[in-house]
Design a protein. Structure first.
Ligand code: ATP
Ligand code: ATP
Ligand code: MG
Ligand code: MG
Lengths: 257, 253, 338, 253
């Protein structure tokens, strides 16, 4: 119950990274992504160094490599696309392993692959070291419009409620001799899916009202104060800081070449 | 009407229909004075839950009016009303929403500005009262039904409301917990309105009872007298349980 | 369709970010009027639901993944302003928690999947709902709104790609692939949206923003068994589609049409590039075959002599035709009923 | 052991821990013969719900074994077991899932192949028994709590199981519905295991009672004798309610 699948995003731990306040981490990841995207695609070794930086974070946070790889499947469609671009791309062509490929396409494929992958891994590390609820508190701290944060909070809650209601409905169906085995059963599932939306909403609505009747006014009361100390901000911003340094270095080198 | 604050709850000609068109209340009138403990009895589907949901503005009157300690329940007074009226829902799952029992009980007081050591004390005190201190760090949705009900009561006790409205608080409680709850309610100096199907429990706790049936109040009087009127009870699907006899008066204070 | 980091160039990313931010600002102000204190929970539910719907994800040839979008559903259930907020939250959560869509591409994603789908969906919905009244009309309008909103988003994506895509691919190929596939997705989306709206309408009409205004009279019973009937006291506000919102909607719709026109023109006027693409099409064909079988348009190629690009336009035209037809039929039926 | 079918339920050394690590059952043994009506008593959090969830394989034994009418509860026997054991959940919301009451009650019988006019008859019959025929076309989640509980009972009655397991079936029922439920249960020729906190109700309905406390069975005997043992009761947070006296025997058949 209640263990919506988004909880598995978070790997409980007590590392330096875990302990950083969420607002620091959010800002660090965003800044890192911007630096990565701003890097010209020709600077191969800069991307290599970015990857090393992320690997450092992963090690510090004790996030296993297999976990990161498993979560990277979200990127798959774009990886396929990246490999496709050289094949269908326009312009000057070259032959690699007997296949005719577009040069510009190769560059574009590499560009998307490198930047998207770095961005994805950074986000994965953020989610792995910060509870969803806490990320939202961080967003609140970063002055994201409170209505948006509230909607997101309810969204997380409702994902739980929906999962929970789905589980209840499944148990109820099975305990009355139902097994979804073949296509004839789809209408049953479909009909109960219609009820699911309303059930989830109404349960959620009552919970919301329960919150209101205990004085909720749109902001979660801050029970544990999480404000970032200077040291923590410095630790968090070290990631984009170093990335920026890499970018600067690569620019200098690019000039001198 | 001169000293409205003497009346904790006043409901006038209250009617309500649910969005799907089912009308549940057909003009309810009632008045509860400060400090009274009143039982609200009635058959399944009579509208009891619908009525109590109006008392802190969770549902808003389709017709008629509700006022709490002299303040009418309206959009702009909701915040104040909700701090005065503590409502224990019939289904504890509707009431508990935080990741741990501690957070859940702390939610109300934290919203009204309590924090730090005092918050901790309030939370522990409330859980102590319902005998649930040992589950303080567990997620509420991983408790047994009865445990959840007790935590739900604690979340409301922690807010120290002046008016306590409880919708079937004793259902799913074990007999000892039921008695302990009665003791807690008796020890508090607050107005209590309690919905229950447990007539002996109503008699034990409440001097006065109301019977709601088919969306209107059909009886209002001393619990002892109402329960003695077998015919009235039977008309509204109420009856005294097997093996129960109304004990001699003045046993309980 | 979740765009990752590095897919569009900086100019497009930044300007889309600005568009998204401005759109959100407008919506944040507008949302307050739409749903009052229930905004957050209702929007939260719709967001969660859309999140779930978007998990129906399948690969689409032109490189991105195809899935249901949900913008029209959001607009109909919670109104256009809150609808945009819902979509933005979904995208935000997907990006930050699930690494789906890049942080720097958030502006693009919100613009395409949030603002465009909601605006087009709501515009179509209002248009059709005005013609066909009643619960049936709302359901039909929901179907059409969702149906049209998806290919519109695909076209805007193509237009952006044309302006600032980093990959050297023929825009017509992208437009055709995106448009064609999303016509199909649009049909699925239409069905799901109509079913959901219909189910909610049946038992909780008050939860459908696009269908407000139904209250039942109340009965009062006196002690003497006398009964009186009274109207509910709080009249429900009519749907607020006046002034600025209408301008916003019409503007959005117009913009989408213009973009669609440009892209279509571009696509049909460059048959040379098409040949090249078609030649190197083997991989693409295979990828799509799984999903859509042998439907003539699915290959966007020269199956049956229909060239790429034209296929996309035909697809969009088809959607509009179906939309018009269903709207007309619904209108007729409602007439008969009254 | 020679004629296992004589035992409707057999539970051996059953232990279970929830996924979060909370152990709820610590080796439960019990045997219920065909046709018996047995009450399962015990404090909140004792593990009663956890135990009954094993009886039709919703939870599967962490250790030990459960068998129903001689058939062990295993993956491959689940379908059969679930047709024999009808379980009424403690929370009616866990039980009802279809868009209308009619569909919901029809679900079980339809799954075992009943259809057409016979299905209609079964559904109406079951709803009739719990007095809920008039809500047949409404969505179950729009009913009052007590109405939902009654419909939940009907969904199980409609399946005509040979073993009925009820988790607090009388909570939230109005007194008349409670009596009617007792009458229905008494009229059926099935094995009944009923979890309840309502000791008088247990006495009224069940010859035999089990007390589950802290995950083990601590007492097993005639209900009348168990309820007379105040000390035993008190040790497990059980007590007879206010105003109740054990009536003279042989009142009920
Ligand atoms: N969400 C809802 N939508 C529509 N009708 C409802 C809803 N909730 C309750 N009702 C109907 O309103 C009437 C009153 O319900 P209410 O829940 O107030 O009863 P109650 O007195 O609390 O009953 P119980 O003792 O069973 O809890 C019933 O007829 C019920 O079916
Ligand atoms: N989903 C769950 N996850 C973890 N622990 C649970 C879960 N459900 C129940 N428990 C724990 O298991 C123990 C037994 O719970 P159970 O629900 O079986 O009690 P019960 O006897 O039915 O109580 P009640 O009378 O309150 O219904 C309790 O300590 C409870 O906190
Ligand atoms: Mg009720
Ligand atoms: Mg239980």
């Amino acid at each position: 119950m209640g263990a919506g699948h988004h909880h598995q995003l978070y790997l409980a731990g007590d590392s330096v990274v875990h302990r950083l306040p969420p607002q620091c981490k959010l800002l660090a990841v965003a800044a890192f992504a911007i630096v990565v995207v701003a890097t010209p695609r020709e600077r191969f070794w800069a991307f290599g160094l970015y990857a090393v930086l992320l690997a450092g974070v992963a090690v510090a946070a004790r996030v296993p490599l297999t976990y990161v790889l498993r979560r990277m499947v979200v990127e798959l469609p774009f990886v396929l696309f990246a490999f496709l671009i050289p094949v269908i791309g326009l312009g000057e062509r070259t032959t690699v392993l007997g296949v005719s490929l577009s040069v510009a396409g190769l560059w574009a494929g590499w560009n998307i692959l490198a930047k998207a992958t770095l961005g994805v891994v950074a986000s994965i590390l953020l989610a792995a070291t910060t509870e969803p609820r806490v990320i939202l508190i961080g967003a609140q701290r970063l002055r994201l419009p409170s209505l948006l944060v509230q909607i997101a909070m309810f969204m997380l809650r409702y994902m739980d409620v929906i999962m929970d209601e789905m589980r209840r409905m499944r148990v109820a169906r099975e305990s009355r001799g139902f097994e979804a085995r073949n296509f004839r059963h789809i209408p049953v599932i479909a009909r109960s899916a219609g009820a699911l939306f309303i059930r989830s909403y109404e349960r959620g609505e009552r919970v919301h009202l329960a919150m209101l009747s205990r004085g909720y006014s749109g902001r979660m009361p801050m029970m544990d104060e999480i404000s970032g100390s200077v040291g923590q901000w410095a630790t968090a911003l070290a990631l984009p800081g170093m990335a920026l340094a890499v970018l600067g270095l690569s620019a200098v080198q690019g000039l001198s070449l | 009407m001169n000293s409205p604050a003497v009346n904790s709850l006043e409901v006038n000609r209250l009617a309500y229909a649910y969005p799907d068109g089912t009308q549940a209340l057909f003009g309810v009138d009632l008045t509860i004075r400060r400090g009274e403990r009143v039982a609200l009895l009635g058959p399944n589907g009579a509208g009891k839950t619908t009525l109590v949901m109006h008392l802190n503005g969770i549902l808003t009157a389709g017709h008629g009016s509700v006022s709490v300690a002299g303040t009418p329940v309206r959009k702009d007074t909701l915040k104040e009303i909700r701090q005065r009226v503590g409502l224990v829902f019939q289904d504890p799952d509707d009431q508990l929403f935080m990741p741990t029992v501690r957070d859940d009980v702390a939610f109300g007081p934290a919203n009204s500005g309590v924090s730090g050591a005092e918050l901790e004390r309030t939370v522990k005190g409330a859980l102590e009262r319902v005998g649930m201190l040992e589950v303080i760090d567990r997620p509420p949705h991983h408790l047994s039904f009865g445990q959840r009900r007790r935590v739900a009561v604690a979340t409301v006790l922690a807010m120290e409301p002046e008016i306590l409205v409880l919708d079937e608080p004793s259902s799913n409680l074990d007999p000892a917990a039921r008695r302990e709850l009665a003791e807690v309610l008796r020890s508090l100096d607050v107005t209590v309105l309690m919905v229950t199907h447990d007539l002996p429990y109503a008699l034990e706790l409440c001097e006065r009872s109301l019977i709601l049936s088919d969306g209107v109040i059909v009886a209002d009087g001393s619990t002892r007298e109402l329960l003695a009127d077998t015919e009235l009870l039977a008309r509204h699907r109420l009856e005294l349980p097997y093996g129960f006899a109304i004990p001699a008066p003045a046993e309980h204070g | 369709m979740h765009v990752p980091d590095g897919f569009f160039d900086a100019a497009v990313s930044v300007s889309a970010g600005a568009v998204a931010a401005a759109g959100l600002a407008v919506c944040l102000r507008g949302a307050r009027r739409e749903l009052d204190d229930r905004t957050a929970p209702m929007a939260g539910l719709v967001a969660a639901f859309i999140f779930a719907v978007q998990m129906l994800n399948f690969p689409v040839a032109a490189g991105t993944s195809g899935h249901l979008l949900g913008g029209a559903l959001a607009a109909i259930l919670v109104g256009p302003y809150t609808g945009v907020l819902c979509m933005a939250v979904v995208l935000l959560v997907q990006c930050v928690f699930f690494a789906d869509g890049g942080l720097t591409a958030l502006g693009i994603n919100i613009t395409i999947m949030g603002i465009v789908t909601v605006l087009v969906g709501w515009g179509v919905f209002r248009l059709v709902a005005r013609l066909a009244k009643g619960k049936g009309g709302v359901t039909v309008a929901a179907f059409l709104a969702a149906l049209v909103s998806v290919p519109s988003a695909a076209l805007v994506f193509s237009a952006l790609f044309w302006v600032g895509g980093t990959a050297p691919i023929e825009v017509s190929a992208v437009a055709a692939a995106m448009g064609g596939v999303h016509v199909l997705i649009g049909i699925g989306e239409g069905v799901i949206t109509a079913l959901t709206v219909g189910a909610v309408l049946a038992v909780r009409p008050d939860l459908v923003y696009g269908a407000r205004g139904l209250t039942t009279p109340l009965v009062l019973r006196g002690a003497e068994d006398a009964t009186v009937t009274v109207g509910a006291e709080e009249p429900v506000e009519p749907v607020a589609a006046r002034g600025p919102l209408r301008a916003f909607l019409l503007g959005g719709l117009g913009l989408t049409l213009v973009l669609a026109g440009i892209v279509s023109f571009f696509a049909s006027s460059s048959p040379d590039g098409l040949e090249a693409v078609a030649e190197n099409h083997g991989f693409l064909d295979q990828a799509t075959h799984h999903v859509f079988g042998s439907w003539a348009l699915a290959d966007y190629g020269d199956v049956g002599g229909i060239p790429v690009g034209v296929a996309g336009i035909i697809g969009v035209g088809l959607v509009l035709l179906i939309a018009g037809g269903v709207a007309y039929a619904a209108r007729g039926r409602e007439r008969v009923r009254t």
